[in-house]
Design a protein around this ligand. Structure first.
Ligand code: EPZ
Length: 442
């Protein structure tokens, strides 16, 4: 058991997180991509599922947890809350027997997704204190819908001094609610309320629930723990509260955004990239978009192969809640549009400010015109390598993709953004033939 966190801090996984902040990636453009890679477990499924282990004092085993700084932070948060946590490569074993109700500020503030401990902590302990998550470069990150859902279950909530205090001394009471916000449904908000409702007295119905596969994966784990949930994966979820939950084992679904990122890379250059250990049914809007552009895409039950097409046509996309086109693939599609000899547009409705990557791509010669929340990209011009600044997880990955096709060398600083959400992205790209290296930032 990784009892002492100092001991854990000395492990490789933490060291990789710590060092990446002083590292940058040098990408030498033009090397063709070819081959097969295995897609890792989903970051956005792992985080709420790890938080859900707080709902029982039995042992839970979660498999295919990707080795990322975000999952490392969540493991640390569980430990600092008092859970016993053991991590061996992709397997995390958690026993949350005696846990505290106050989440550690210094860790929570580093990762917005920590907010998803709110529901399970309050569900288990009837109270909790979690710091307000900071905003980030993709936009303001409010939690009003999370709090609305918990209040609908009978919680008293106070937000003061940068902290959220949730009190449900008499336990949660199930009830109806609608979690739809002005930008659509909330993924982690739906997760939080679902995790609070599983131990509530009575029936909870969530209208306007997020339908993402990661929400469904969390529900499937909770059901293995003894929860009674129906409708996960749709916009209406019904939960019948139970008295307690027991331990369970679970294999996290594949990361559909990592997979989409590699599909775009394979469409941009080379002679065919095949993804293994994917769930194509989770990526239909992405594969449909590539097929519509004219990229050859071959899909089997657990693999997807894509090849470039020099005569590909432009696309017109709008990001939407699942099953619409994912906002987490918007930046990557901007990179792809740069190599399509046509005009493409992409409109961002989930995080309208999520275009930090455009300015950096323009430094590389991209022809992008931003009008409000719509980017219009005239592709086909030669991209030239340049030093660029990573800003958020998906924008950083998009800059790596742009560097793969640019002439010369692209230097991507602030590599920690990528290490937050991609498991060994550079190693996997190198295995496909990309020419890139990590170097220490001076
Ligand atoms: C999840 O974030 C993902 N993160 C994000 O992926 C993803 O971009 C996002 O869902 C949308 O799909 C994880 O799952 C860890 P939201 P989440 O609540 O749940 C507004 C990545 O790159 N909103 O679904 O925090 C919000 O401002 C990350 O892997 C409210 O108004 O996002 C946004 O406009 C980035 N009030 C929209 O809803 C609230 O209380 C969707 O946000 C909550 C959200």
């Amino acid at each position: 058991m990784c009892e002492d966190f100092e001991e854990w801090l000395a492990t490789d996984s933490f060291r990789s997180t710590k060092h990446s902040s002083m590292e940058k990636l040098i990408v030498h453009g033009g090397a063709p991509l070819k081959g097969r890679i295995n897609i890792s477990g989903s970051k956005n499924s792992s985080l709420p599922i790890l938080a859900a282990t707080l709902l029982t004092n039995d042992t839970c085993t979660i498999r295919r947890v990707p080795d990322l700084s975000d999952t490392n932070y969540m493991v640390r948060i569980l430990g600092e809350l008092g859970a016993e946590v053991e991590r061996a490569s992709g397997v995390v074993v958690v026993k949350a027997e005696k846990i505290k109700s106050v989440a550690p500020y210094d860790l929570v503030r580093k990762m917005r997704a920590s907010i998803c401990v709110l529901g399970p902590l309050t569900g288990r302990l009837k109270e909790c204190t979690v710091s307000l998550p900071g905003g980030c470069v993709i936009g303001d990150r409010p939690v009003d819908l999370h709090l609305k859902g918990l209040e609908a279950l009978g919680a008293q909530i106070l937000v003061e001094g940068g902290d959220i205090f949730v009190n449900a001394k008499k336990g949660f009471k199930g009830g109806p609610m609608n979690l739809m916000g002005k930008h659509g449904s909330t993924v982690l908000g739906t997760d939080n309320v679902m995790m609070a409702a599983v131990l509530a007295k009575g029936i909870t119905t969530i209208e306007g629930a997020a339908a993402e596969p990661e929400v469904e994966d969390l529900a499937n784990f909770l059901i293995k723990m003894g929860a009674k949930i129906e409708g996960a994966g749709t916009n209406r979820i019904t939960i019948e509260g139970v008295k307690e939950l027991h331990g369970a084992e679970h294999v996290v679904i594949p990361d559909r955004i990592e997979a989409g990122t590699f599909l775009v890379a394979g469409a941009m250059l080379g002679d065919g990239v095949t993804l293994k250990r994917v769930m194509p049914e989770h990526m239909k809007t992405v594969t449909d978009a590539l097929i519509k552009c004219g990229f050859p895409v071959d899909i089997t039950k657990d693999s997807i192969t894509v090849k470039p097409n020099p005569n590909a046509k432009g696309f017109d996309l709008t990001t939407l809640c699942y099953p619409g086109f994912p906002t987490d693939m918007q930046a990557q599609m901007c990179a792809l549009a740069c190599v399509i000899n046509d005009t493409s547009t992409i409109t961002e409705t989930i995080f309208p400010q999520r275009f930090m990557h455009c300015a950096e791509m323009k430094r590389m010669g991209a022809n992008i015109d931003l009008q409000g929340a719509t980017a219009r990209i005239r592709g086909g011009s030669v991209m030239k390598g340049a030093p660029v600044m990573a800003s958020d997880l998906r924008a950083s990955a998009a800059l790596v993709l742009a560097g793969l096709v640019a002439e010369g060398k692209t230097e991507i600083n602030r590599l920690y953004h990528i290490d937050r959400g991609y498991e060994h992205l550079d190693d996997k790209l190198a295995a496909l033939g990309a020419q890139l290296e990590r170097v220490q930032d001076k």
